[in-house]
Ligand binder design. Sequence first.
Ligand SMILES: [Zn+2]
Length: 350
Amino acid sequence: MVWSADCLRHEPGGEVWLGVWEAGTEVPERAAVLLDALTSAGARITDAATHSDEALLAVHDAELVTHLATIWADWEAGRYPAEYRRSRVVPYVFPTPGLLAGLPLRSPAAAHGRAGRFCYDTMTLVGPGSWAAIRAAADAALTAADLVASGEPAAYALCRPPGHHVTASAYGGSCYLNNAAIAAQALRRAGADRVAVLDIDAHHGNGTQAIFYHRDDVYYGSLHVDPGAGWFPHYAGYADERGTGDGLGANRNLPLAPGTGDPDWLTAVEGLCTDVRDRGADALVVSLGVDAAAGDPESPLRVTDDAYRRAGELIGALGPVVAVQEGGYDLPSLGRLVVAALSGLLAGAG
Ligand SMILES: [Zn+2]
């Protein structure tokens, strides 16, 4: 397990959902609960090592990385907290294709205008410690990739904030940098010819899909609550999204009906594993969200600890694997669920 205490420093302070500032569920306590559960389960803990920006820029636009690194300082310099009582960076205007109508995308002078150029929703807020945590989460994923590239059968990165909703140039969904995509690209650079990303978070990883959509060397497979039934991320995650150009066929979405439980969820996991076996993969990344659990407040899926353990076994048997923490918001069961998945992963790898 790879960990950095800096992951606790991101305090989004809630989220603005449908116009109302709410408490939010992507809280620092998530990481504390996971650290405690993994420590109790006997995980060997490695500190996240600092990596250069090059690894981030291999999947993200430089403008996005610079924005995330600097927006809080700009917000403070603009006296938004002190003078206007805006304690977090929240965007309010978004340069959609309809707004621009073919005009070039400019960088607005005002920080409050600029925020919506990079953030596509109102629930992914930035505060004073956010960048330190965002960077630490990416470093944790990269350190886990280093471990697997140097021969470990499996490594788990306790990433917080999570990452799979971030595209090359836009963040949202409580995610800021795409830790799983950064790890997958690092595995490619370390010599894996074919990498597979399996995303078992309850939500579609639209960011990871977008980053690799045109590529054949990194497969992306996801099972998630059906966006067509009204669920986030709404605009992506449909079964007919199969990749484009060289990447045609290297993308697989298995949307599931709200209320789906263990049997159908595990059948979908098996389907993705069959894809990976058919295509071949030298290394895997699993976007390990446990918010498909029955008790989770963020999704209507009804998966149990036993199914997470079984999913871990199936995925662990496919090859060396970097597990990257994504969602999972029910604090009382979060640790148990992740330990179940990782126990399965180790059993499958052994
Ligand atoms: Zn999720």
